[in-house]
Design a protein around this ligand. Structure first.
Ligand code: HEC
Ligand code: HEC
Ligand code: HEC
Ligand code: HEC
Length: 385
């Protein structure tokens, strides 16, 4: 590698390295995580994100990223349901482990309880910029002012605003060097607006934003570069955050109250064992597909009591007479005949026709997010019977 190439290489890969006569600062940011603790894992090769990988990436690259500030611009949290509160708690605990310098409680959805989240943040000592104050940080001699209040920019400091507003609205906001939106817009590059750079946290935390600032001797921003860090399978997880997520899974499982579940006797769903007597060969061929092991998949990853996962990995979840829990309705675990053909009780009694099947039946579960490679012809070939 020539000297010139080496310099370019160094600047591109390590934009954080100090520059002659000036200084550098990385603003590492998230925003609009929206309660997404991690990708569901339904299609591992295409899914990016997750708190354990985010933390793993930062700790593995601490040296190369330093000096940096780590901030969340808001809209990180989940709705105020029992499960949503557990999610919000897991996010706050993960932020605490990662040492966030500031996490704004900007809330754009009415279903999220900001007061509950602020209380959690103080419990776990995650710095939340209060509405009328800024958080100060010093890195490598640089003074940094972080706030979610548009009026609190301070002369002589590097000003970072954490906002829930849309990028288009933020163009009118003055006095800040960096403005981070948590509205949930996808930007390829920062938007320049006066002296400010506007960036936007990648929706659902699928990528980590890294904005590298170059500063002159007086701490004035004189240049910048930006990149998105993908968080795919190749990023090693932080085991401490993983244990927070495991704890979350256990708390979610504990929300399932077996004693309150009432299986419907004589309900519309029978389970595939009832089809055997007349359709043995179909049952045999179904058993050879992944559908017949869909519940074991959830057990393997510790999610078999999480309704957000169970709903697509069983028969008739949320419907009258459908799956409730493995204990209450053992015959309805896994994606079975009736997940596609519809309830079979009447048919088994009088051979009345089952509901017609088309691609729309598959798409209820094979959504773009959970099954990005879904192609009806190709997938149908694999389950044909
Ligand atoms: C909207 C329906 C849906 C939801 C919700 C869902 N899944 Fe899935 N899951 C699928 C589908 C469809 C596949 C098969 C994807 C493919 O192969 O194209 C799948 C596959 C998987 C796989 C891969 C299985 C294998 O053979 O490797 C795992 C693991 C998984 N899901 C776990 C989960 C977890 C954990 C959750 C909850 C966080 C969840 N799923 C929620 C539909 C869903
Ligand atoms: C009730 C939800 C549900 C419905 C409806 C559904 N699937 Fe699936 N499908 C899943 C889940 C969950 C998996 C992953 C199972 C596992 O590996 O644990 C899966 C996996 C598959 C796979 C295996 C993918 C692989 O990697 O080999 C194929 C093929 C498939 N589905 C085809 C279909 C087709 C075609 C339809 C419609 C006719 C359909 N599915 C309807 C939930 C569903
Ligand atoms: C993933 C969805 C899915 C599952 C699970 C599934 N089927 Fe099917 N089944 C289909 C589709 C799609 C067809 C074709 C429908 C068509 O061509 O109109 C079909 C066709 C059939 C047919 C008619 C075959 C023919 O020659 O007309 C029977 C009978 C049948 N399935 C029974 C079963 C039984 C029994 C089970 C469970 C052991 C089962 N299926 C599981 C999707 C499914
Ligand atoms: C007592 C015997 C019997 C049982 C039990 C039974 N079937 Fe059938 N099934 C039949 C017969 C007979 C046909 C052919 C009917 C015809 O061609 O009109 C049929 C046809 C079908 C078809 C294709 C025609 C249609 O209506 O779509 C599907 C799909 C099907 N059965 C699914 C199931 C499923 C799923 C179960 C279990 C929940 C089941 N059957 C249980 C006897 C049975």
């Amino acid at each position: 590698m020539s000297a010139a190439a080496l310099i370019i290489f160094t600047i591109v890969l390590f934009p954080c390295a100090a520059h002659a006569g000036g200084k550098a600062l990385n603003v590492i940011y998230t925003g609009a995580i929206k309660g997404e603790l991690e990708p569901c894992g339904c299609s591992p090769e295409t899914q990016s994100g997750g708190l354990a990988r985010l933390s793993g990436y930062i700790s593995a690259n601490k040296k190369a990223l330093s000096p940096y500030v780590l901030v969340d611009a808001g809209n990180a949290f989940a709705e105020a349901t029992a499960q949503g509160r557990l999610k919000s708690e897991a996010i706050i605990r993960s932020f605490a482990l990662m040492g966030y310098d500031a996490a704004a409680v900007n809330v754009n959805r009415a279903a999220v309880d900001g007061g509950f989240i602020s209380a959690l943040a103080s419990q776990y000592r995650v710095p939340v910029p209060p509405s009328n104050r800024a958080i100060k940080a010093i890195r490598n001699g640089l003074k940094i002012n972080i706030s979610s209040d548009e009026k609190l920019a301070k002369k002589g400091m590097i000003n970072i605003l954490l906002s829930g507003k849309q990028v288009s609205e933020l163009k009118a906001v003055k006095g800040w060097d960096v403005i981070i939106s948590s509205f949930g817009e996808e930007l390829d590059e920062p938007v320049a607006s006066g002296k400010a750079l506007i960036v936007s946290g990648f929706p659902k935390g699928q990528k980590l934003g890294i904005l590298s600032l170059k500063l002159d001797g007086k701490g004035k921003v004189v240049g910048s570069s930006h990149r998105w860090q993908a968080l795919k399978q190749d990023v090693a997880e932080d085991p401490e955050v993983r244990s927070v997520l495991k704890d979350y899974d256990q708390k979610v499982a504990a929300l399932l109250k077996e004693e309150e579940l009432k299986p419907v006797k004589g309900g519309p769903y029978l389970g595939s064992e009832s089809c055997v007597e007349c359709h043995q060969s179909y049952v045999d061929s179904w058993k050879a597909t992944k559908h017949s092991a869909a519940f074991a998949t959830l057990e393997r990853v510790g999610k078999s009591k999480d309704p957000e996962c169970v709903k697509c990995h069983v028969v008739g979840f949320g419907e009258e007479g459908g799956f409730l829990s493995l204990k209450a309705t053992p015959g309805l675990a896994n994606v079975q005949c009736e997940s596609c053909h519809g309830p079979g009780r009447e048919h088994a009694a009088d051979f009345s026709p089952m509901r017609p099947i088309g691609i729309e039946v598959c798409l209820k579960c094979h959504t773009h997010e959970n099954s990005p490679l879904f192609d009806y012809q190709k997938y149908f070939e694999k389950i044909k019977h």
